[in-house]
Design a protein around this ligand. Structure first.
Ligand code: PRX
Length: 652
């Protein structure tokens, strides 16, 4: 239902647009009134405790929150096991033969695991981990394609209290190696390979390169996905299916303290080195569970599909932990959205009867570009709720998503959150709020935000500022693995430890709707994934021909941002087309294909201030073809002219 104030849909891109959940949706939704916000505001701890109580605890907590800024401990004294809550609970509460995971591989093979199947697999997997010497507190790296065993591996770690550290399968072996070395993982779980866009991704082969230089890894456990060529190192590498036959079918879940670590997940920041964000057990699960249930309005009959990879936080919270804690049926797909055709997602939605679909704006924009004809053959009639995550969804894409995929019937939740927050923090609640395209919505109940100016004072309505979080929330990160100083500085340094700084800009309108304005630090958002400029620059300068590098993000119609690299070559190196390719490939090898610069611009110098700082703002203007800003502080103004000329040549 849409209020157009007399305008046609195409002409709606103004502040007048409002969309309402249908009466049918409202009548059946968990949250349909403001009451929950009032309750949570009055007593946030009581609010979170209510939802934590819906989980099964071995021992109830003595205190909901111990807040010793900037560290919070949730459900202090409580003991819980995350795997028990995601699996065992459901085989006892009537969901035993309900589908937990419905999976489709890229080649079209499928598999369904009931909660009972999942229980049996997870138990065996946990015993295999133990057999390989993994103990409570040990770190386990997971480098997997999107197959059910990835979820099973995570749950098995949680069952025995090992801390998993998943690495996106699209990352390079060097990225895997660095993450393993940072957290000193003992075991690496991988697969022989996976399918992506019709190609085989040789994960075990790539792992071999990483593991050469990771002294902490004692064993590699391999899942068999297909017939992928690989080398087995006797005594070190083991097949999961072979060990599975040798272990007991049951593994007692470990009773964990609520504040014990559940997982580490690396994310990009403003430095060259990704940060290991550490999440807790009881608090994290409470956050993932509550938000899954209330924001996605997850019911027993739903089939929930989150298109993220389990290597990202979205995969952790909204493929694995949130939906399984709720007891939902989740759908998982291995491959690319455009394989073999750009209609793969719609085909899947109709085939499996997906009811809730959660994806990223970059995908939505790619579908828009491909054209609505590709959707025409599909009914999409089972859908009842849509979600968006990872970057701001521009109103045009929002309307397209609402009209073409949701058929003007499904509310859209535009969910803002981060690896560090562990759960969705800003959104609308689909059965209650009116939606405003381009605006994420409101803080989730129990979440307290503000928007500040540079001096730390709240800004006026409609004024942009820095988005901060004022109060702790249950799935708040515990810290940065092995780097307390960075934790304090990056998140709490800006205003003397008073607020958690998100790194994002935001604006709140007079009705309280929040609009996210993107990163305000040196972090790029490529197809909704965070990449630090420093990370790419470090990779670039490690190329033997590169002396200096600066990277900027430019606006891109599909991926949100694209990377442009400005390069100064070492003396006596000639630039040619091969060199540009070799530099781009080098970054891909160091980090992964998503970090590959779209353009490389060679220069004899980079524009710098008199104090020697690279003027990224100018580079961004050049890369975006804009009129240049102030160049008065530049040491050599002609550097800019030369760069501009070169850029024009590349563009033409
Ligand atoms: O800039 C915000 C953007 O993604 C960042 C977090 O990235 P990451 O930790 O990789 O987690 C992504 C998935 C949760 C944020 O700081 N972001 C995420 N969701 C939105 C968003 N920007 C605008 N609107 C969103 N809905």
């Amino acid at each position: 239902m849409v209020s157009t104030k007399g305008k046609s849909l195409e002409g709606l891109l103004t502040e007048f647009r409002r969309f309402y959940p249908s009466t049918d949706f409202k009548n059946n939704a968990y949250i349909t009134s403001e009451e929950i916000f009032k309750k949570a505001e009055k007593d946030p701890e009581g609010f979170w405790a209510t939802y934590a109580s819906e989980l099964t605890w071995y021992k109830k907590w003595e205190k909901v929150l111990d807040w010793d800024p900037p560290h919070s401990k949730w459900f202090v004294g409580g003991e819980i096991n995350v795997c028990y809550n995601c699996v065992d609970r459901h085989i006892k509460n009537g969901r035993r033969n309900k589908a937990a995971i419905i999976w489709e591989g890229e080649p079209g093979d499928t598999k369904t695991l009931t909660y009972w199947d999942l229980y049996r697999e997870v138990n065996k997997f946990a015993n295999v981990l133990k057999k390989l010497g993994v103990n409570k507190g040990d770190r386990v790296a997971i480098y997997m394609p999107m197959i059910p065993e990835a979820v099973i591996a995570m749950l098995a770690c949680a069952r025995i209290g090992a801390i998993h550290m998943a690495v996106f399968g699209g990352f390079s072996s060097e990225a895997l190696r660095d993450r393993i070395n940072d957290c000193k993982a003992k075991l690496l779980i991988t697969a022989d390979g996976g399918y992506r866009r019709g190609s085989l991704i040789p994960l075990k082969h790539d792992s071999d390169y990483a593991v050469k230089d990771t002294p902490s890894i004692e064993n590699v456990l391999i899942i068999k996905r297909g017939e992928f060529p690989l080398r087995i190192k006797k005594g070190k590498d083991f097949w999961w299916h072979e060990l599975a036959d040798e272990v007991d079918p049951y593994c007692e879940p470990e009773s964990m303290n609520s504040d014990d670590s559940l997982f580490i997940l690396y994310t990009s920041g403003t430095t060259g080195k990704p940060k290991g964000v550490v999440h807790s057990t009881g608090g994290y699960l409470t956050g993932a569970y509550t938000t899954s249930k209330l924001i996605f309005d997850m019911k027993d009959q739903d089939v929930f599909w989150c298109t993220a990879d389990i290597g990202w936080i979205t995969g952790h919270s909204y493929i694995v932990y949130g939906p399984l804690a709720v007891g939902a049926t989740l759908f998982m797909y291995e491959g690319a959205p455009d394989w073999p055709e750009m209609d793969r997602y719609w085909r899947i939605i109709d085939k499996y009867g997906i009811t809730i679909f959660y994806t990223a704006p970059t995908a939505i924009r790619a579908f828009m570009k491909a054209g609505a004809e590709l959707i025409a053959p599909y009914s999409l009639e089972t859908l009842r709720l849509l979600g968006s995550v990872g970057e701001p969804i521009n109103p045009e894409a929002w309307i397209w998503y609402y009209t073409n995929i949701g058929k003007k019937r499904c509310p859209i939740v535009d969910t803002w959150w981060q690896t560090e927050t562990g759960m969705i923090m800003i959104t609308t609640l689909p059965g209650y709020h009116t939606m405003k395209p381009g605006h994420s919505g409101f803080p989730f109940p129990g979440v307290s935000i503000d928007i500040l100016n540079e001096s730390g004072n709240p800004v006026e309505p409609d004024e942009g500022g820095y988005l901060v979080l004022k109060q702790p929330w249950p799935s708040m990160l515990k810290g940065i693995y092995g780097d307390e100083e960075k934790y304090l500085e990056k998140y709490w340094g800006k205003w003397g430890g008073k607020y958690y700084f998100t790194g994002d800009g935001a604006r709140r309108d007079s009705e309280g709707y929040l609009m996210l304005l993107g990163r305000v630090d040196d972090v790029l958002s490529i197809a909704g994934h965070r990449i630090g400029t420093m990370e790419v620059e470090s990779a670039l300068v490690s190329h033997p021909s590169v002396a200096e590098a600066a990277v900027v993000g430019i606006t891109h119609e599909i991926t949100g941002q694209a990377i442009v690299a400005f390069i100064v070559l070492r003396d006596n190196i000639d630039k040619d087309f091969d060199l540009e390719d070799s530099i781009r490939e080098h970054v891909s090898k160091k980090i992964g294909p998503i970090a590959k610069p779209r353009k490389v611009i060679f220069s004899s110098e980079l524009p710098k201030t008199r104090s020697g700082k690279i003027m990224r703002r100018l580079l961004k203007d050049i890369a975006e073809g804009k009129v240049l800003g102030d160049t008065t502080t530049l040491t050599e103004p002609e550097v800019i002219d030369n760069l501009k000329k070169q850029y024009e040549v590349i563009e033409s």
